[in-house]
Ligand binder design. Sequence first.
Ligand code: NAP
Length: 280
Amino acid sequence: MLLDGKNVAKEKMSGIKSEIDTIKDRYKINPVLRLLQVGNDSASTIYANSKIKRGRKLGIDVELEKFDTINQSAFVDHVKSINARNDINGIMIESPLPEGMNFYDAVNNISFYKDSDGMTAYNQGNLAMKNEMIAPATARAVVDILEYYKVEGKNACIINRSPVVGRPLAMLLLNRDYTVTVCHSKTSDLRAVCRENDVIIVAVGISGFLDSSYVTEESSVIDVGINYSGEKIYGDADFPSLEGTVKNITPVPGGVGIVTATDIFENFLNGLKYQLKNIK
Ligand code: NAP
């Protein structure tokens, strides 16, 4: 079965929009998400523009603030100053930052309830303590797809151990009673590990990496990879060879990516609700 992310995103967008409409009506506010981009990475610009469009559909003002260049300490000061503003409800630092800048040193100056990306140490720690109010959107998207399509099987292996994907995803899956194996470049006999699991989540950043030698007919493959070849995007799974073999697979594009783009706004909404309830 094709696990189409568009259906998942559509359902989530409508739920988020209705909550945002209610909040705007009740509190007479105009919610704002501020994106901070340093440099001119073209993929990062594409993602930022797609957030602006998605925000418009949801009634959220997404503002993009771009710096051609800025040093780390001036950038950190800027993050602190916009974080202090009551008229900005969520902040995202677009990655990658240029070489020489440190993403985590900057992001950790965002209050946890404005951290729409879920990348602060505070929110990663909260997630480890089973609090899912704000979680890295890509990890959330994988779980959303598994839940939406009621994918069977509670043994999962994740091929990725980064703070963006593998680590938070392991927490979300554990919270849902999965038995999780987290794999990486030093894992021995990765193919055998993958074949033993019901669900394989691949996020290595290598186009076509997961071929038929990693799967069985019972595998459900969730492909997180985004690899550019010119204008085209490919996943980490060798989709043409797996499509007819495995039980379930997500497409790229149209799979995890589109749900991730939506889940940023779920984080934003959860943080906004926290602000309205707790921050004066
Ligand atoms: P990353 O930090 O480079 O992590 C890559 C992971 O893959 C690492 O854990 C690495 O292992 C592992 N790996 C690399 N080569 C491997 C191999 N031959 N065998 C086994 N494991 C291997 O990248 P990331 O930021 O997590 O992103 C990963 C991918 O997801 C990229 O393609 C990125 O574009 C995509 N992504 C997609 C979304 C979305 O919304 N769909 C969002 C974010 C990222 P080590 O730890 O041992 O190095």
